[in-house]
Unconditional design. Sequence first.
Length: 243
Amino acid sequence: MYHDPVQVILEREPRCRNPLLIEGFPGIGLVGNIASQYMIHELKMNYLGAMTSRYFPPLAVLLGGVVNMPVRIYERDDLDLILLTSDIPIHPLASYDMSREIVRWAASIKTREIVCLAGITLMTDQRRVFGAVSHAELLEKLRGVTEIFELGTIAGISGSIMNECRLKGIPAVCLLGETMSDEPDPRSAAATIDALNRIYGLNVSTAKLLERAAEIEMQMQQLAAQVKTSAEEATAKEFPMYG
């Protein structure tokens, strides 16, 4: 069952018919991670399943005292929304297999569009949101909502997913929240959610996220440190560049 390098393991089949799939993995400013987990809580999304891989560090995530997989999938079928979130960074060696499996599974459930949430480091405190797309005809939906990311690169798993969507012909949008450093930035995550709201009509209030920004910054710093330490200890021999 677990011979494939990356697998989607579901507790039940999705009820969504043509979902919007949003992914939020740790990266610059933990923008995607913070935004995705906040949306799961705020929208009271239902647990659907998880992703597992031999590339992941050996750890379990505790939520309310209950063990959870570090990469999880949630659903709100009345909103036709599926959300993929992660508590662990994805190593570059795993990104290709991860992105292929995510896009393969997204296609199998007839996902209408994929949205990648990530961060971008710029030396301003404006917290703008930049947007990029897999196909030129999608640019119109970003105009007036985000800055168009005209030239540059999208690093990490989000960039790999966008490439895979381009190759497979699946519409995809990447929203990058502006942040000044690698430190957790919930305010940038809130700005990214606001852009999502305007593009897709999700109506997710970011008031609680902004109110708890300082607390979330501290919690995310602690979690990131724990995950990094665990990953370095567990994979130093197999993946000497991990971390």
